[in-house]
Write a protein that binds this ligand. Structure first.
Ligand code: ARG
Length: 291
């Protein structure tokens, strides 16, 4: 198994901390019915042609990559008429074997909740649908002992309290202010326990302050990388899968001992999502894993 990687930089010093790969369990949904027929975020333009076929091949490449890295990937059956169902991350937050299922802000996505809830139920994850608007791992990211929670566009502040109660873990609320980065996972990625990368410009001044205080060593994404959804990344503690269009982030990640892997998700970006949006992490009971 890969891991514990230390790299030597060009000046000969060993700068990277050790990294540990841990296999994860993900849930994904093939984009069989992928399309952009409505617009609920600034990336979605229904007048621009989309190719379901290209969406499927890009999704499949991501799926196969995760499997080849050693992860378990389960699949939920896609439902006709739910073109956004491929963005599995939004459907729930699963921590310690407990699943809080999304309550979507937009009616267009409402029927995704029962589809995911049924899958989670059938596979023993004890799901409960959230009472307040809550878009799952789109807005709730597990960072070690704390859950980072976004609000401003989709999940409502009350859903943060609900998640804190449900998971029995502290939830740190963060306010998003740039509509291009409407979900937390478009503006921030958890790389490892307590380590993140983010785009400060996507947050309110107060949230920026909270992040700087709590994560002083975080990787900061520049405007160009954030703009190609470079932060919509999936990390297993060693590999960080992110859009291949991100230019600086790969080096920033390598400097810290991560192994960035670029993927092409340009078709799926037409719906406003990339690698992270397509993967929902299923964290088992009494997980000792963090992040
Ligand atoms: N079209 C979807 C929406 O606007 C895209 C969701 C992308 N997912 C994500 N985790 N950011 O809801």
């Amino acid at each position: 198994m890969k891991g514990d990687l230390v790299r030597q930089s060009s000046d000969g010093t060993l700068t990277s901390p050790k990294r540990t790969f841990r296999p994860r369990h993900y849930l994904m949904c093939e984009p069989t019915f992928f399309d952009v027929r409505y617009s609920i975020n600034p990336w979605m333009d229904p007048t621009r042609p989309t190719s379901t076929q290209r969406g499927i091949s890009q999704w499949k490449a991501l799926h196969d990559l995760l499997v080849s890295l050693g992860h378990t990937v389960d699949l939920v059956e896609p439902v006709a008429g739910l073109p956004d169902m491929v963005y599995a991350a939004n459907a729930a937050t699963v921590v310690d074997g407990r699943a809080l299922v999304a309550r979507f802000r937009h009616l267009e996505r409402a029927d995704e909740s029962p589809a995911y809830l049924n899958w989670l139920q059938a596979h023993g994850w004890e799901p409960l649908q959230a009472t307040h608007v809550n878009e799952g791992e789109g807005d709730f990211l597990c960072a070690g002992d704390v859950i980072l929670a976004g609000t401003g566009f989709r999940s409502e502040p009350k859903s943060h309290d609900e998640a804190q109660e449900f998971f029995g873990k502290p939830v740190l609320g963060l306010t998003l202010t740039d509509e291009r980065f409407y979900h937390l996972d478009t503006a921030l990625a958890v790389l490892d326990e307590g380590e993140i990368m983010y785009n400060p410009r996507a947050f309110s001044p107060q949230s920026r302050g909270l992040l700087a205080e709590r994560f002083p060593d975080a990787i900061l994404a520049d405007e160009a990388d954030a703009g190609v959804f470079g932060l919509n990344a999936v990390s297993d503690g060693l590999h960080v899968i992110l859009p291949e269009q991100a230019k600086r982030l790969p080096d920033q990640l390598r400097e810290r001992g991560f192994e960035p892997i670029g993927v092409d998700t340009t078709e799926l970006l037409k719906g406003g999502g990339s690698a992270k949006c397509c993967t929902l992490e299923l964290r088992p009971v009494r997980s000792v894993r963090r992040g």
